[in-house]
Ligand binder design. Structure first.
Ligand code: ZN
Length: 402
């Protein structure tokens, strides 16, 4: 199985940062050459440039990059063209690459990369100094490397981990369902009679905090002359801020989904059903609710869960979760819950709303019913975050009366 290890490059000196910037600009130049060449061929009804032509035309030291990095860009371009050509057979609104790029991710294939101890060497073409990065925890075996801008430079290393052989155990019949949500990132129930709730409030609060910081910067930006030194500094701060929030949220998302998979492993679950909330998301339910839904990235949760299930040798599949959150698991009457508690007027059933959703999925996905779990486990994705102010309370002001 292939994974990507991400190394953030923090604390770069100015000259290195400028070199990385120049490399990405150079990569974009190669891309733009391909775009223009392809466009010209299309206009002239001439044969489109293929792999051979593009490689031939971009080599010879015109670009300050390693020859194989240039090749990778041309290959990526041709792959894009191929995909678009396929898509255009059904819908001609898809456009061939046209958008002007200033920067592009630079990639090095496996055979171009080398190492000296913990130092990674990335060649920049004949006659130019290689880029050198001292990375702690550089894996023993790795493949292609890419230089990515993600609100700060990052190196993405492809690491292939050997597929662990599935343990030779009799297949367990236990099943679990996962109900994805925004406030509770995941609610899990298993046929072993256990329930887990992983909260997503932390992610939501991070997003909110992030939006407020962005607003502050935007407000300052609006008073600046475009292109001035202060303007550029604020733009940089904006990017850095975005990058930080993205990384924090990604980290929490991985930790939350890890909790779910670990719980399933503990319960010896073999099959996992992940409810697909597409229906909830696509429904138009007013401005405020729509925005809340748009900020909710359940697709990533689904992806991460599926990947982690695969690693743990569990089968996972998704399907519609229609009606699961509004049906009473005891008497099958329907009622939309308000708030976090589901209470049925007809039979008196009371339970956690998301757990109810997850319970009802069992009958949808596996055709079986389970009873309400006697005890629920609550987890948060990461360690509790303590605010600096809580740890350093303000001294209590003394009043004159004593
Ligand atoms: Zn009921």
């Amino acid at each position: 199985m292939e994974r990507v290890r991400i190394f953030p490059l923090s604390g770069l000196d100015t000259s290195t940062r400028l070199r990385l910037k120049a490399a990405q600009r150079e990569a974009a130049r190669v891309w733009m050459y391909c775009v223009e060449r392809h466009h010209a061929a299309r206009l002239a009804h001439a044969p489109w440039p293929g792999r051979q032509e593009l490689q031939e035309e971009t080599k010879g030291g015109q670009y300050a990059l390693h020859s194989q990095s240039i090749q990778m860009i041309t290959h990526q371009f041709l792959a894009n063209v191929e995909t678009i050509a396929k898509l255009r057979q059904t819908d001609t609104r898809h456009r061939y690459p046209y958008h002007p790029k200033t920067y592009l991710t630079v990639e090095w294939p496996t055979q171009a990369v080398s190492r000296q101890g913990n130092t990674l060497l990335l060649p920049m073409g004949r006659g130019r100094k290689s880029l050198r990065f001292h990375l702690n925890g550089l894996p023993d075996q790795f493949g292609a490397v890419s230089l990515v801008w993600n609100g700060g430079y990052e190196l993405h290393l492809v690491v292939s981990s050997p597929d662990s052989i599935p343990p030779d155990m009799p297949a367990s019949p236990e099943q679990a369902t996962v109900d994805l949500g925004e406030i509770h990132l995941a609610a899990v129930t298993t046929t072993t009679g256990k329930g887990l709730i992983v909260t997503g409030r932390e992610i939501r609060s991070l997003k909110r905090q992030h939006t407020m910081t962005l607003r502050e910067i935007q407000k300052k930006l609006s008073h600046c002359t475009k292109g001035s030194r202060r303007y550029r500094r604020l733009c940089y701060a904006l990017e850095r801020c975005k990058g930080q929030a993205k990384r924090q949220i990604r980290d929490l998302r991985h930790k939350a989904t890890r909790q779910v998979v670990n719980f399933c492993q503990q319960e010896d679950v073999q099959t996992v059903f992940i409810g697909n909330p597409d229906g909830v998301r696509k429904k138009d339910s007013g401005r405020h609710h729509n925005q809340r839904m748009a900020r909710w990235e359940y697709g990533k949760d689904k992806d991460y869960l599926q990947q982690k299930c695969q690693q743990a040798h569990m089968t996972s599949f998704t399907g519609s979760e229609r009606g699961t959150s509004s049906t009473c698991p005891a008497c099958d009457r329907r009622k939309k819950p308000r708030g976090r508690i589901y209470a049925c007027r007809h039979c008196g059933f009371v339970g956690h709303r998301d757990i109810v959703g997850s319970m009802n999925m069992h009958s949808l996905a596996f055709g079986s019913r389970i009873s309400y779990p006697p005890s629920l486990t609550y987890r948060r994705p990461g360690p509790a975050r303590v605010r600096w102010r809580d740890e350093h309370p303000l001294p209590v002001a003394r009043t004159g009366t004593s």
